[in-house]
Structures are given as structure tokens and as C-alpha cells.
Design a binder for this molecule. Structure first.
Ligand SMILES: NC(=O)c1ccc[n+]([C@@H]2O[C@H](COP(=O)([O-])OP(=O)(O)OC[C@H]3O[C@@H](n4cnc5c(N)ncnc54)[C@H](O)[C@@H]3O)[C@@H](O)[C@H]2O)c1
Length: 417
């Protein structure tokens, strides 16, 4: 089958870079998004994400004419679905965008087409939810059209690098589908490409993030116990990890982002009674904002008139993304305690609470500095200069990204999770 033209549904963090990569690899790509604003922004050449390499490549893709973007799909050899799969209040995956994207392809699906789901989904979604929707075309999955799941596992800030360099595990309904997918992605993937069935590929993506969530929960549990025992958890974990077969993750203020804090639930929804450890880990990580706020409140003496400077609201360092960030809950809980919260993040512009325009406005008159995200700017703060701004010299660094001794030598009480 010819694979010259690809129609990609969803022009977000994943779909747009993937489209640009295919377009600069010589394919004709039609990028589709139901959000007219996104299409307008792309056509105006406005940067979608703050990743310089990515923007250079996307610009080249659009200028070459190999990538065109619009609001509805059209006939193609390959369809790739990269639409959102958010989590509902009840902690199950909302597949409505996947269903809608599938239905929008049906009128254009032809014999011999390849359909790929890239969105992160619970096991069995590609085969049992998307497949039957596509079969409303009268064509049969695995016989008349090819079907595969190619999950994405990119690191924001390094999206382009990871799309190209990472090893990939693709799930396919049959061998022919896998051969086509492998040929397609080999146009830009330099990592190894492995083959499995549809639901195993879906599961693998989820267990990678669940592994990290469970490991972080373990580290957070150790942090809580260590605090009670007067043990420095960072020292303890650091030395434990000298053991050749131990790799304990870092404790912190909780887990954020749209992958690690979300994906474990997509396994749990399949059988909550069997997903005991996954659910427990989610609970431990979700409890960290309360633990952090408890530490802050324990240190503030005059609680009636207290001001806390929250530094960093992105869910991880050096990015602008605050989705699912533990900072939201921390700020909410501090405000509930009656604290005057001043927030600063050098990257995030979209946050639920008002933020200060510069770091000094956040620090001015603070009774406690609370580092939630380990942005480089906070690591590099000069304790001497900061001490002239704050009212009380207390700093809680939930990421242990600052030098304790440097702060203590300037008279600060320094603490971590
Ligand atoms: N962002 C990441 O770092 C990352 C990493 C790994 C996996 N994923 C997964 O990839 C998928 C996409 O995530 P994202 O971050 O790109 O989402 P996103 O929100 O950035 O973009 C998705 C886009 O899809 C559009 N859309 C929704 N319904 C549509 C439809 N029916 N037809 C066409 N377009 C439609 C939306 O308007 C939006 O612009 C999700 O399943 C996510 O879990 C994301």
C-alpha cells in the first residue's frame, strides 16, 4: 500500500510535532483540529510550544507546503489520532475526543488505509472502542484496513529529541499493520521499534508512568517517616541508591503533569480491586500538598498576618506547564489557612491564581519561602540578597534544589519535605 499522505487529528503538544516530523520527512500531511483558533494560530506561524528546535522544524514543514492544517479531515493513506484523553472526576479516562475523531474519519476511510491511535488510553481501547467505530464504514479492521497503537512518551522541553531518539513499542492488530507502522515511523525514529499486540502496547505506556508514580510514592512515604524520626530523607535515599540494585526516586511536593498523575488511573479503571498498589500510590502522592502545607504552618509563628512566597507552579523544572501541578492544591490549602500567598513562576502564564510579575514582589515581606518547582532561577537565588527582602528567614525547599548551608549561613531556617 502507498503511504504518501497522512491525516493527523489533533494539533496539540503531540499531534503538531508529529505532523511536522512526517512533513519534513517527505510525506504530505494534513493536520486537523476542531479548534479553529489553533488552526488560525498555526497558519499565522505563531509558536505552538516554547521549544525552539520544534518551532524551526514546524515552520519549515508549513513553508514547504508538505504540512497544511484545517478543521476537518479528508481522504488519506494513513490516519493518526492524537486527541486529548483527560481524566474525569471519577478517575476514568474520557474517551469522547477519541470517539469523535474516529467518527470523523469514517466517511473518508478506504480499503487499505492505516489508522493509528497515538493518544494514551486504557487497555483495549484501540481494538474495542476505536476499531468498532471505524467499522461503521463497512470496512473490517485487520482485513480491509490496518490498525495500530503508537503511544507517545515524550518529555516536555525535549519533545523533538525524544520523538526521534526514543525506543518505541507499537501495538498492531496483525503483522501487516505492524510492518506498515514500522516503515512509516522509521522515516524519522532512530530508536529501536518493537512489536506487540494492541492492548499490550496500551498497557506498556501506562505501566511506565505507573512505575514512576509508585516509586515516587515510596520516596514520599519515606520522607514522611524520616521527618518523624529526624532523619534526612535525601541523605538516606542518596546512600541507599549507592546499592547496585536500588533506585529510589525523589520525594517532593506531589506529582503533577498530565501523564504520571493520570495514567495509573487508566489501569485502575479496569479493575480497582486488583489495582491496590497503584491506587495507594496515587493517594500518597496526592497527599503531599497537605503534608507540605502542614510543614509551612508548623514554622510560621504569627499566623494571623502571615505571607508565604510560593516559588514555581509548573509541575516540573524549566517548563511552562502547570497542568495537574501540586502547586494548585498547595496554594488553595495555604489560602484556606488564611495565608497571604504571593506566587511567582518564570515560565507559567496560565495558572488558577494571580501571580507576581517578578520574583522580588513575591519575596517582599515573606514569612516563609516555599519552593515548589526546581526551576534553575530558584537554585541560583542569592540568600544574602533574599534576606534583605523577606520578613522572616524561613525557606522550605520541597525539591532540595538549593544549597542548605548557603541559606543557613545567612541566618535562614532551611527545611525540605
Ligand atoms: N503532551 C505530552 O507530553 C504527552 C505525552 C505522551 C502522551 N500524550 C498523549 O497524547 C494525546 C494528546 O495529548 P496532547 O498533549 O497533544 O493534547 P493537546 O490538548 O495539546 O492537543 C490535542 C488537540 O486535539 C484537538 N482535538 C480534540 N478533539 C478533536 C477531534 N475530534 N478532531 C481533531 N482534533 C481534536 C484539540 O482541540 C487539541 O488542540 C493524549 O492522549 C495525551 O495523554 C501527551
Amino acid at each position: 500500500m502507498g503511504m504518501e499522505k497522512i491525516c493527523v487529528l489533533g494539533m496539540g503538544y503531540i499531534g503538531f510535532p508529529v505532523s511536522s516530523l512526517f512533513a519534513t520527512s517527505g510525506f504530505k500531511v494534513v493536520g486537523v483540529d476542531i479548534n479553529e483558533e489553533s488552526i488560525k494560530r498555526i497558519n499565522n506561524g505563531e509558536a505552538m510550544v516554547s521549544e525552539p528546535d520544534l518551532n524551526v522544524m514546524s515552520e519549515a514543514a508549513l513553508k514547504s507546503g508538505n504540512l497544511v492544517v484545517k478543521t476537518s479531515p479528508e481522504e488519506a493513506d494513513v490516519f493518526i489520532i492524537a486527541v486529548p484523553t483527560p481524566i474525569t472526576e471519577d478517575k476514568v479516562c474520557d474517551l469522547s475526543a477519541v470517539r469523535m475523531a474516529g467518527r470523523s474519519i469514517v466517511p473518508f476511510l478506504r480499503k487499505g488505509n492505516l489508522v493509528i491511535l497515538e493518544s494514551t488510553v486504557p487497555p483495549c481501547t484501540t481494538g474495542e472502542v476505536l476499531g468498532p467505530i471505524l467499522e461503521e464504514s463497512g470496512l473490517k479492521a485487520g482485513e480491509d484496513f490496518y490498525l495500530a497503537h503508537c503511544p507517545e512518551k515524550v518529555l516536555p522541553g525535549k519533545i523533538l529529541y525524544e520523538l526521534v531518539e526514543n525506543d518505541r513499542v507499537f501495538g498492531a492488530i496483525n503483522d501487516e499493520s505492524f510492518s506498515l507502522v514500522k516503515k512509516l515511523y522509521s522515516s524519522f525514529v532512530k530508536g529501536n521499534i518493537y512489536s506487540t499486540d494492541l492492548k499490550t502496547a496500551e498497557f506498556i505506556k501506562l505501566i511506565e508512568n505507573s512505575f514512576r508514580d509508585v516509586n515516587i510514592a515510596f520516596a514520599n512515604e519515606l520522607a514522611k517517616i524520616s521527618k518523624k524520626l529526624g532523619i534526612d530523607v535525601w541523605e538516606a535515599i542518596g546512600y541507599a541508591n549507592k546499592h547496585p540494585r536500588v533506585n529510589i526516586h525523589r520525594p517532593g511536593p506531589g506529582v503533577g503533569g498530565h501523564c504520571i498523575a493520570v495514567d495509573p488511573w487508566f489501569i485502575a479503571e479496569k479493575d480497582r480491586s486488583l489495582a491496590e498498589m497503584i491506587i495507594l500510590a496515587r493517594g500518597i502522592n496526592d497527599s503531599m500538598p497537605e503534608f507540605v502545607v502542614g510543614s509551612v504552618m508548623g514554622k510560621i509563628k504569627d499566623k494571623g498576618d502571615a505571607k508565604v512566597a510560593v516559588l514555581g507552579v509548573a509541575y516540573k523544572a524549566e517548563i511552562e506547564d502547570a497542568r495537574e501541578s501540586p502547586a494548585k492544591k498547595i496554594v488553595m490549602l495555604l489560602k484556606k489557612e488564611g495565608i497571604d500567598v504571593k506566587i511567582f513562576d518564570p515560565y507559567v502564564t496560565d495558572f488558577d491564581y494571580e501571580m507576581e510579575a517578578d520574583i522580588d514582589s513575591a519575596l517582599q515581606g515573606a514569612d516563609c519561602i516555599l519552593i515548589v518547582t526546581d526551576h534553575n532561577m530558584f537554585k541560583e537565588m542569592d540568600p544574602g540578597r533574599v534576606s534583605s527582602l523577606v520578613r522572616n528567614k524561613i525557606i522550605i525547599d520541597t525539591r532540595k534544589c538549593t544549597d542548605r548551608n548557603a541559606w543557613v549561613s545567612q541566618g535562614f531556617e532551611w527545611d525540605t519535605v
